[in-house]
Design a binder for this molecule. Structure first.
Ligand SMILES: [Zn+2]
Length: 449
């Protein structure tokens, strides 16, 4: 590299380091609401120089939720009945707070990568410096950094300048470090519990248990409240009514700028049908006079439909709809309905309540839109568990108990894509068939035995 290109790069590292040092203080992470508000404020003023602080604060808030979810489900094997329901309820609430923030954070990271290099680079460097060396981070915490790193990598993909290449090289190294840690945790899991081609040796998940122990010391376990009473509405599709050995795959919360396409490619490779429940705000917006404006991610939904996949409505903001009535409820259902109608072929009668949270009142509201509620009976917990093998085993265990039904995944993390090929192969080998639903909710069985 010529000295002339080296000097700005050196300056960049120094400036980035200074920004990072300025931030290097020990304060509790902000609440997800505060982190979201700071990101929204920054997004409302694109003319101001990009500040790294709201981004780091959002990452810290996200990490805090990631840690809480791990502690919450750490003793999953012992969670039974109402204790399990309570943990799931609390987990869903934590996840809900996280989703709104991650939505803003992803948009902020994409906006950052689109800025001119002199403004962009010191901020990206400061962010990476935080991810690489903040003393607050435990080694296994890095599993929570994959998604923001992938978003940065994706945003910089088309930048082939010297500065862009340096940033991308550093991100690739950081991602390799995340992979290294995941491989260690995976290998340890497989050694204890076994898996395809691996005999279980039993014993302890040393690395993982040490991590959970450290997290428990950092934050005492939060106890979940009793969940709201579940409605048992007529006409809902739940999965337990399916014939034995018939499974339907479903992916919620997308479309996502990276993972939706990855999952689509896997499903096509395995000729597996699936449902995608989309969050309206990912697709675009509807203004006060009812005009629909589709955003850039709506093209991904169009691709799903063109590839023959059925898409459903998952509310506009991923709200907990059991708490909503009247106009706000109508907006959550109706705006996504309108957005899906404006994407050719994307509209169906399928609706999934975020967290399955609904009462007879919300089920009634669906009728005005001729929508049917689709639930699930096999929860992969891929939103709470960063270890792919553990996610896969949970699905296999629950399928063995339920023997049929609807599997819940999310296309907003890399985990579903990681476990999908192995699960499809193993479940088909056990005689399970993967079915789809048609646009009105009828079960579409695959051909063959
Ligand atoms: Zn969801």
């Amino acid at each position: 590299m010529k000295p002339r290109t080296l000097l700005p790069l050196l300056l960049l590292v120094v400036v980035g380091g200074v920004i990072y040092q300025r931030h290097g203080r020990r304060v509790p992470p902000p609440s997800p609401e505060a982190a979201t508000a700071a990101l929204e404020e920054a997004a409302a003023h694109p003319e101001r120089p990009t500040a790294v602080e709201p981004l780091i604060e959002a990452l810290r808030a996200e990490l805090n939720i990631h840690r809480k979810l791990i502690v919450l489900f750490a003793d999953e094997a012992r969670l039974k009945g109402s204790a399990r329901e309570a943990a799931l309820h609390l987990g869903h609430q934590l996840h809900h707070d996280d989703r709104a923030m991650v939505f803003q954070l992803d948009n902020a990271l994409v906006a950052l990568t689109a800025k001119p290099s002199p403004e962009r680079d010191p901020v990206v460097v400061a962010l990476l410096a935080w991810m690489e060396r903040d003393p607050e981070l435990l080694e296994l915490d890095r599993l929570a950094l994959r998604d923001p790193l992938r978003i940065l990598q994706h945003g910089l993909a088309k930048d082939h300048s010297a500065e862009g290449l340096v940033l991308k090289g550093r991100i690739a190294k950081d991602l390799a470090e995340v992979d290294r840690i995941e491989t260690l945790v995976e290998a340890e899991y497989r050694q204890v519990f076994g898996g395809p081609g691996v005999t279980a040796k039993g014993g302890e998940r040393g690395l993982w248990n040490d991590y959970v122990k450290a997290l428990k010391q950092l934050q005492p376990k939060t106890v979940g409240e009793a969940p709201p009473t579940r409605a048992e509405g007529g006409g809902e599709i739940g999965g337990r009514e399916f014939p034995v050995k018939v499974l339907v795959l479903s992916f919620d919360d997308g479309p996502h700028r990276i993972y939706t396409e990855e999952i689509l490619a896997i499903l096509q490779r395995y000729h597996a049908p699936a449902l995608f429940f989309e969050v309206g705000r990912n697709l675009g917006s509807v203004n006060a006079s009812g005009a629909v404006k589709l955003g850039p991610l709506s093209i991904l939904t169009e691709d799903l439909v063109k590839s023959g996949y059925i898409v459903g409505n998952h509310s506009y903001t991923h709200a907990q709809l059991s708490k909503e009535t009247g106009k706000p409820l109508d907006i959550e259902i109706g705006e996504t309905d309108q957005l899906l109608k404006s994407i050719p072929g994307a509209h169906s009668q399928l609706f999934r309540f975020p967290y399955g949270a609904r009462t007879p009142l919300q089920l009634q509201a669906l009728q005005a839109y001729h929508l049917r509620s689709v639930l699930w009976n096999i929860d992969s917990l891929d939103w709470a568990d960063p270890v792919p093998s553990s996610v896969a085993d949970r699905v296999l265990r629950t399928v063995a108990e339920e023997k049929r039904g609807i599997i819940l995944f999310h296309d907003i993390h890399d985990r579903a894509g990681k476990v999908l090929p192995g699960l499809l192969e193993r479940l088909r080998a056990k005689g399970y068939r993967f079915a789809g639903l048609d646009a009105s909710g009828g079960l579409v069985l695959p051909e063959g035995p």
